[in-house]
Design a protein around this ligand. Sequence first.
Ligand code: AHG
Ligand code: MN
Ligand code: MN
Ligand code: MN
Length: 338
Amino acid sequence: MDHAADTFRTDLMTITRHVLNEQSRHPESRGDLTILLSHIVLGCKFVASAVNKAGLAKLTGLAGETNVQGEEQKKLDVLSNEVFVNALVSSGRTCVLVSEEDEKATFVDPKLRGKYCVCFDPLDGSSNIDCGVSIGTIFGIYMIKNQDTVTLEEVLQPGKDMIAAGYCMYGSSCTLVLSTGNGVNGFTLDPSLGEFIMTHPDIKIPPKGKIYSVNEGNAKNWDTPTAKYVEKCKYPTDGSSPKSLRYIGSMVADVHRTLLYGGIFLYPADKKSPSGKLRVMYEVFPMSFLMEEAGGQSFTGKGRSLDLIPTDIHERSPIFLGSSDNVEEIKALYAEEA
Ligand code: AHG
Ligand code: MN
Ligand code: MN
Ligand code: MN
């Protein structure tokens, strides 16, 4: 019996090794995406460390500023944003950045430019920071045709043109979920190595799930199809048992549970927010990209989420994503309404 193999795996599939393997599928690639992703991973490791000691290092609470979203920025929102902007610019592989926390897109110094645009939510679920509930970082990556002359128009691309997307969840463990267009893989940070090790190879979302995830506090303002769908979840008329409601309030955590267990996550439009709450470029698109790569679906109430063409970098959209069968149910209700 090979005991060593039991105790210390000696053939570690790190995220860097995985991305290098993926890169070998593109002979023309010069390793730029590998270098870019290694800088995103560095940002995630930094934020994971800051989140873990937030309470001790006085990193909880407000930063005293309000962002373009009209939200009071938390200290960790600002810190995480600075870390990711510095990591992405210093990678030398980006030409433009879109961040939830920056009103305008950041056009990188021409001397430092590379061929990618990265859209990111440096800290998702900020309302959960001070109570220690899981939060995360979300990112999506576009290839830009001409990095020297890139304009905002070139950034406002449909999500289906993203070449990679992922999120990092800072919870009981630090988990990074990534797709470069060839399926979805999950990696867990081993703090003793400082490396993300593959723990969830080739994630596929169950075709149907028993969990629905929505902020029921907005029920008064929902439109009819959403109201009907949630009613069906609670009082099924086909003899099936009612669904369970799970809602954490951090998109990364709610989506991660949906990806692994199946079911549906909804942030619908409502009378107060006719475009819903979640932001297209750095929440809806990356999560929809991952869902489709894992065999799920993502729907806006009007069409496929990845077909959206944003007109503003902070545009919002309603979103219904998760197991294919569950999303089909809500699509049917919107089709009835149309
Ligand atoms: P962020 O913290 O990046 O601004 O995102 C918060 C989002 C998302 O994480 C979550 O799904 C949603 O806000 C929760 O909104 P409600 O509190 O309105 O349910
Ligand atoms: Mn925010
Ligand atoms: Mn967010
Ligand atoms: Mn955020």
